[in-house]
Design a protein around this ligand. Structure first.
Ligand code: NAD
Length: 334
């Protein structure tokens, strides 16, 4: 069977890692018909937002592998990354953060294996900002029962299906009593329906410290949008950095697979970006389309490349290029 998948290389390091991902996925033997669409500064400017060709392709395939896209800081168009998530109601941002076998991190004897469930459609990312008077700005944090319940359900369902033991809700309801209070009430409501799964709550500042001090205590993390975004990068730092942590955005009908990291302008065009995060996002995509054997082989091949350790990119201590790492993974495919 051939899978129709939208390929969004994005910009910055996106095209480099996307090319590596396409080569590696094709080497697994899975047949993919890639519909390549451009989402970058040029096409965003031309369309004054998300280009219609990108929307049409995802509407058609319902499935995308996406590289990062740069968003101007403080000026310019609203983020198309956030825009895509809203356009397709991709409410669950799922980011597995795992120790990579063979890759040294500061937790030598500790296995880190957590999965972040980040609400993906609201919170301070609703983009409702207002200049009340000159030099006074408000930014609205929107939390709804509907969005909070569905991300909580997604996290608990995942925990149940994957035999995970614990879900930790992360919040700041001591200060944002109404907004984070509602989020927590929804989490508790869903937790009560899953007596077999431990449920606890941590205030986001304490959670940050606990993550750095004792990451092994975490299993499934359940967070509103902004905390989920920040904690994802923090968690990536625990296991080797942004180069190795994948992700997926799930809605009820569509799914977009993309790494946690951004377009890394500091290394773009140098051919040294680590494609691991996008390759592992492709593993998630393969599982999603039930290509379980190919997903398992690709996961093992990536791990084998790290255990071998001779063709790693600079961010994880090596000297290899993006293409050389991709070749090493292909060589390890069974
Ligand atoms: P970033 O994730 O792009 O980079 C942070 C640091 O990590 C940089 O030093 C970078 O070189 C390094 N890094 C990231 N990915 C790497 C990889 N695969 N291999 C090796 N090193 C890697 O974060 P930033 O610099 O804050 O953001 C840059 C741009 O990306 C911004 O415009 C931001 O809006 C955008 N962004 C996009 C997405 C997305 O498309 N989903 C996500 C996050 C940020």
């Amino acid at each position: 069977m051939t899978h129709n998948v939208t390929l969004i290389p994005g910009d910055g390091i996106g095209p480099e890692i996307a090319e590596a991902a396409v080569r590696v996925v094709e080497a697994t033997g899975v047949k993919v018909d890639w519909d390549r669409v451009e989402l970058n500064d040029k096409t965003i400017r031309e369309a004054a937002g998300i280009p219609p060709a990108v929307v049409a392709s995802i509407e058609n395939t319902r499935l995308a592998l996406k590289g990062p896209v740069t968003t101007a800081v403080g000026i310019g168009f609203p983020s198309v990354n956030v825009g895509l998530r809203k356009r397709f109601d991709l409410y669950a941002n799922v980011r597995p953060v795992k120790t990579v076998p063979g890759l040294r991190n500061r937790f030598e004897d500790t296995v880190i294996d957590m999965v972040i469930f980040r609400e993906n459609t609201e919170d301070l990312y609703s983009g409702i900002e207002h200049e009340v008077v000159n030099d006074v700005v408000t930014s609205l944090k929107v939390i709804t029962r509907n969005a909070s319940l569905r991300i909580a359900r997604a996290a608990f369902l995942f925990a149940k299906e994957q035999g995970r033991k614990k879900v930790t809700a992360i919040h700041k309801a001591n200060i944002m009593k109404l907004a984070d209070g509602l989020f927590l009430r929804c989490c508790r409501e869903v937790a009560e329906l899953h007596a077999g799964i431990l449920y606890n709550e941590l205030i986001v500042d304490n959670a940050s410290m606990q993550l750095v001090a004792r990451p092994e205590q975490f299993d499934v993390l359940l967070l509103p949008n902004l905390y989920g975004d920040i904690i994802s990068d923090l968690a990536a730092g625990l296991v080797g950095g942004l180069g190795v942590v994948p992700g997926a955005n799930f809605g009820d009908k569509h799914a977009v697979f993309e790494a946690v990291h951004g377009s890394a302008p500091d290394i773009a065009g140098k051919g040294i970006a680590n494609p691991t995060a996008l390759l592992l996002s492709a593993v998630m995509l393969l599982r999603h389309v039930k290509e379980h054997q190919a997903a398992a082989s690709l996961q093992s091949a990536v791990e084998a490349a790290y255990i071998d350790g001779t063709k790693l990119t600079p961010d994880v201590g090596g000297t290899a290029t993006t293409a050389q790492f991709a070749d090493a993974v292909i060589a390890k495919l069974g």
